[in-house]
Design a binder for this molecule. Sequence first.
Ligand SMILES: [Zn+2]
Length: 202
Amino acid sequence: MCFRWKTCIYLSFLAVMYLSGCQTQPPPFKPVVTPVKPPTIKKAQPYIIKQLDHYTVRNWKYIVIHHSASESGSATEFDKYHRETRGWENGLGYHFVIGNGHGSKDGQIEIGNRWVTQIDGAHAGVQEYNHLGIGICLVGNFNDTNPTTNQMTSLTTLVEYLQERCRISSENIIMHRHFRETECPGRKFPYYKLLAQIARFQ
Ligand SMILES: [Zn+2]
């Protein structure tokens, strides 16, 4: 009886040790990740929103809109140009490129390396706007043509997302020509239509 009693205590002790984790390897360390509340997007572009939610963001103040002043293009194409011709080590000067169906898909939002790494853009020609401005380039020359409907839908979605995610006020959604001697993003760019579209969602 005495032997059994002792065995019983011993086995209970082992069971407690096992259950308390003393006999097993501690679980691998998992860093605590603070989830950022994803903004509420009314226009459905889940693929891009899912990707954008993935990145942490630093402090941004402006959203600067550009056109490429070319008929066609893509993030890869502009990246090559900025690296090889301009000699920019970080490549693509914009944070985002929105295609027009020539060189990249119509309305496709491409995320540039500078957004992934959250570094300054090289799109503004003015230090403050390169540092605090998120550069979005729409492929096309909007002195000659209008942006496509798909481009404007994507731009609205993207701007709305960035505004909410980065706490950017509407008066800081600006065109390149607001602070620089340039026609960019082209005389036909429907800036007020964009602002009205965004205001509808707020
Ligand atoms: Zn520009």
